[in-house]
Design a binder for this molecule. Sequence first.
Ligand SMILES: Nc1ncnc2c1ncn2[C@@H]1O[C@H](COP(=O)(O)OP(=O)(O)OP(=O)(O)O)[C@@H](O)[C@H]1O
Ligand SMILES: [Mg+2]
Length: 253
Amino acid sequence: MIQTDGLTKQFGSLTAVNGVNFQITEGQHSGIIGPNGSGKTTLFNLLTGFFLPTRGTILFEGRDVTKVPIYQRVCMGMARTFQLVSVFNTMTVWENLVLSGIRFRNEETVAFRFFLRNIRREKIQQSCYEALGEVGLLSKARIPTSELSYGDKRMLEIGIVLTLHPKVLLLDEPFSGLSDHEIHHVLNLIHRLKEKLTVVIIEHKISKILGLVDRLFVMNGGRLICEGSPEEVLCNPEVRECYWGKEEGDCLR
Ligand SMILES: Nc1ncnc2c1ncn2[C@@H]1O[C@H](COP(=O)(O)OP(=O)(O)OP(=O)(O)O)[C@@H](O)[C@H]1O
Ligand SMILES: [Mg+2]
């Protein structure tokens, strides 16, 4: 589904992502772990088109998307959420959803849009209602987004993504800043989403994603230093040292 070859991003003299060969297949759910500043978010920014790579290529479903703009990658089925929740606070919950539903639909021609715009509107509304229901925000549709809790904003952000009907969803630390109660809801949601689409998740709390992912990737200093099943990766000595330091401890904590 996604394959990178020698993906590299330099910011001046800093190499944030360094020669990364990253590969995921459809239906395989992956986690990306690594210390602060190891290049996880930069990798997402490259995959989704927020940054152009300094070197290397990105294939999405076999097509070279290295230089394809963000919105086109979204239309092709690639969607992401952000480390810091990214929603429009000045709009209502419903408006946030409708905006993405309208903006990122490109399956119809101009003529089709003109003659069948009411059908299209219904289709978008239906899609937004489904997304709202899935993330549990139906009763909050009309309230300003600024009044939502951070946990609800995270749910809304994922709801926005769902209106796009992506094939792959890249989640950048979806649990950060949430209470245990909110984490529980987001976790359950991600478990449900796994049935429908391919999930890639960056997370610091490794224990949270062990039951979610089939495969773990570990980054350190911009490099992908290890990949494999969670069990394999967590028992790799290089991973243990870079991620937990030299202290011995329970690697599943
Ligand atoms: N736009 C940018 N300009 C300059 N340097 C950047 C930029 N974005 C990221 N970096 C640097 O690239 C390195 C990797 O950052 P990145 O945000 O990808 O790490 P991360 O693994 O996501 O870290 P964290 O776990 O803290 O979120 C860091 O040294 C960071 O300061
Ligand atoms: Mg990050």
